[in-house]
Design a protein around this ligand. Structure first.
Ligand SMILES: C[S@@+](CC[C@H](N)C(=O)[O-])C[C@H]1O[C@@H](n2cnc3c(N)ncnc32)[C@H](O)[C@@H]1O
Length: 292
């Protein structure tokens, strides 16, 4: 099985290093989300997660270069990594032609990872960059989180989303990951790096319009496709591990309640033109049947 087509999303069971060649992907990409293995010796079925650092960053530069070549003018990349790798991420993006826009701090809701000789770690980074200085799309989303302690006056129209995201809960290990985490019959997690749908919702809403094309070269459990499909965006996910490809197929077919993004619509209610940005779920058969 090489390719799965569903509605507006395509899953390629391939190594993204080769699949990202211009000859292989015919669509122009408007947004890419990169959540690669972090090279921290995690147990992946199909990938060595313990490369020498120089090899790993050479590989990341290769991926960034290939994604850049496929991206439309002004298109966006969001590259997620551990905070300790921030300088390497920014360097990789700069070296491969991307224009830096923001360093997003995704602050974790659960306790910090303690350190004995340094401060405890409490966030992950997401570097946002574009092809060229001006983003082709950037929707200034507005949210209305609870007022911080000491604030006396309620907001009139929420607040715009900043580069610190502290309102999105990560899917931690174990029970606390809740219903959204994919599990087997015994309750074990099926993909330990599964990203929360709220994270992809914010990224896709900010940097695309309905009908745009979203790429995830390390699509894992398929979170990017699950969200893109509900927002009426087309999406391409690439995944090396056949078990994950099968997992994505089941996840897309199942349409689980916990994957339904509509419950988050109200969180962005202060955003102007939200209904248009949110899009719909129209099936684009032309895209789904295109050759990859
Ligand atoms: C950090 S996880 C991504 C998790 C994903 N964001 C999610 O929400 O499920 C990285 C994924 O990349 C896959 N992978 C590793 N090397 C790859 C490669 N060369 N090409 C495609 N996928 C790869 C791994 O199997 C793993 O599922």
């Amino acid at each position: 099985m090489d390719t799965l087509n569903r509605k507006n999303s395509i899953v390629l069971h391939k190594n993204c290093t080769t699949a990202l060649g211009r000859d292989n992907l015919s669509s122009k990409i408007d947004l890419s989300f990169l959540d690669p293995p972090f090279n921290q010796d995690k147990a992946y079925n199909a990938w060595d997660d313990n490369l020498p650092p120089e090899k790993y960053w050479e590989w990341m530069r290769e991926i960034c270069t290939k994604v850049y070549a496929l991206t439309s003018d002004g298109g966006a990349i969001y590259f997620m990594q551990r905070e300790k790798n921030t300088e390497f991420v920014l360097q990789a993006l700069r070296d491969t032609g991307w224009t830096f826009q923001n360093l997003i701090i995704w602050k974790k809701k659960t306790s910090a990872v303690p350190g004995s000789k340094r401060f405890g770690k409490h966030y992950q980074i997401i570097a946002f960059a574009t092809k060229g200085r001006t983003p082709r799309v950037f929707h200034k989303l507005r949210i209305d989180p609870p007022l911080p302690q000491g604030y006396k006056h309620a907001r009139e129209n929420g607040m715009f989303v900043t580069d610190v995201w502290d309102d999105i809960r990560e899917l931690t290990s174990g029970y606390f990951a809740g219903d959204e985490a994919l599990r087997d019959a015994d309750g074990n997690r099926l993909h330990k790096q599964q990203a929360p749908i709220q994270l992809l919702l914010r990224i896709i809403l900010s940097s695309t319009n309905p009908g745009d094309v979203v790429l995830d070269p390390f699509v894992g459990s398929g979170t990017t496709l699950v969200v893109a499909e509900q927002l009426g965006r087309k999406s391409i996910g690439i995944e090396l591990d056949s078990e994950n490809v099968a997992l994505i197929e089941r996840r897309l077919a199942e349409q689980r309640k916990s994957d339904d993004i509509s419950r988050f619509f109200k969180d962005y209610a202060c955003t102007s033109d939200l209904e248009r940005i949110w899009g719909d779920n129209e099936i684009d058969r032309k895209f789904a049947s295109s050759e990859f």
